[in-house]
Design a binder for this molecule. Structure first.
Ligand code: V47
Length: 382
């Protein structure tokens, strides 16, 4: 192994001692080709945090519209109104899908969509009210930071007012989407027109200050550099430091605070996007990015290998490369489609458990905010 590919021993020492890694350490990890050493370190951290547990949930993703005012070059999901394949679900349809999921045992619906130019703020409130009233206990994780900024524009309300109104209507937490890569150059090449990092952070900072938990994402493997990935992770780590400190300082139940629950590194799928000529990440770069995310984000409890994005097989392997969560049953997902599967992309609970067990971990069902769910009389399946 050459000097360029070897991992500097100080990094292993720091990780073993639980010390925070620097930007330079992150770059050294990126430059190393020793995927096994990187994986072993990430596994050490993941095991320290979660032992041999690997989490999944019973959820249903709902993409209420693919009509979007933006035309991000990395995105193959959006359509313009009137274009073939464009859709917007009526409020009743979204509620009905959530009800069916609830009846089938889901504990979470994950609702996101394009920035629809004509839907009114009431559409979003009605969805939340309708679901929360008819599906008691079902957690609604909805609307990326980009949608929240869009709602603040159409409702002419501040981000805080929008979040408060959505929470009153039934919003439980925010998903992590829309972060992409926090860098102005990458922003201008791949998602010009989308809100920049300042707004993404404003939404999540405000959510945390209101006691609303959220997730974070990083879309990797397109036009970004390894340096930009590490900076992205460090920026998330900085907000998490702030939010965790505020949680510690706030000891009053009247002012609950929140933070990020997990990072979801999203593997760029070039097919069908304007960046379709790019090769996209390989299995090794997926594993490396997931492991480095675990190592750099020392203050975010969970790293998710989203089986839709990393693929079922690689997500299983990723459980030994720093990840502790696979997302859930999903059922339907329109943002990216696996070849041969279209939008129906479902994993059953026995399938998820089997994958996790086979990877050497104990499957643990969780709710959206990672409280464990233990069901009585559940048949233990293979
Ligand atoms: O923001 C869009 C990404 C995100 C592509 O919070 C693409 O638990 C890859 O954020 N290739 C939405 N990715 C999905 C998302 C998410 C998914 C699962 C769980 C959670 C969570 C959040 O999908 C978008 C964008 O970054 N995306 N197009 C593409 N071609």
């Amino acid at each position: 192994m050459t000097a360029r590919t070897a991992l500097p021993p100080e990094i292993a020492e720091k990780v073993a001692a639980g010390e925070r890694l620097t930007f330079e350490d992150g770059l050294a990890l990126q430059n190393s080709r020793d995927i096994h050493a990187i994986g072993r370190l990430a596994h050490m951290v993941r095991t320290r945090l979660h032992g041999n547990k690997a989490f999944y949930n019973r959820n249903r993703h709902i993409n209420y519209t693919n009509v979007c005012a933006l035309s991000c070059r990395f995105c193959s999901f959006y359509r313009k109104r009137g274009e073939e394949g464009a859709y917007e679900m009526p409020v009743e349809q979204v509620i009905e899908v959530a009800q069916k999921a609830h009846q089938a045992g889901a504990t979470e619906v994950h609702i996101v969509g394009g920035l629809h130019p004509w839907l009114k703020f009431d559409y979003y409130l009605d969805i939340l009210r309708g679901i929360s009233q008819s599906c008691p206990g079902l957690h609604i994780k909805a609307f990326t930071a980009v949608e929240i900024v869009h709602l603040s524009r159409i409702a002419r309300m501040s981000i805080e007012e929008v979040l408060v109104a959505l929470r009153e209507a039934g919003l439980g937490s925010l998903p992590g989407g829309g972060a992409e890569i926090f860098d102005d150059r990458v922003h201008d090449v791949a998602f010009k027109g989308k809100v920049r990092e300042d707004k993404w952070f404003e939404v999540h900072r405000t959510a945390h200050s209101l006691g609303i938990f959220s997730n974070a994402t990083m879309l990797y493997g397109h036009v970004e550099t390894p340096e930009q990935r590490i900076r992205h992770l460090i920026k998330l780590r900085e907000l998490q430091d702030e939010s965790l400190q505020a949680m510690k300082d706030s000891n009053s139940p009247d002012t609950p605070r929140a933070a990020f629950n997990c990072l979801v590194p999203l593997s760029f799928a070039p097919e069908g996007s304007e960046l379709g000529e790019l090769p996209g990440p390989t299995g090794l770069s997926d594993l490396k990015t997931l492991a480095i995310s675990r190592l750099m984000l020392d203050n975010v409890p969970h790293i998710k290998a989203f089986w839709i994005m990393q693929g079922v097989g690689l997500s299983q392997v990723a459980l030994s490369w720093g990840c502790d969560d696979m997302d859930g049953t999903v059922v339907w997902y329109d943002i990216t489609k696996r070849v041969g599967h279209g939008t129906h992309q479902e994993m059953t609970v026995p399938q998820l458990k089997r994958l996790i067990r086979e990877a050497g971990f104990v499957p643990v069902e969780r709710d959206t905010v990672y409280r464990e769910i233990h069901r009585e009389n559940e048949v233990v399946s293979a």
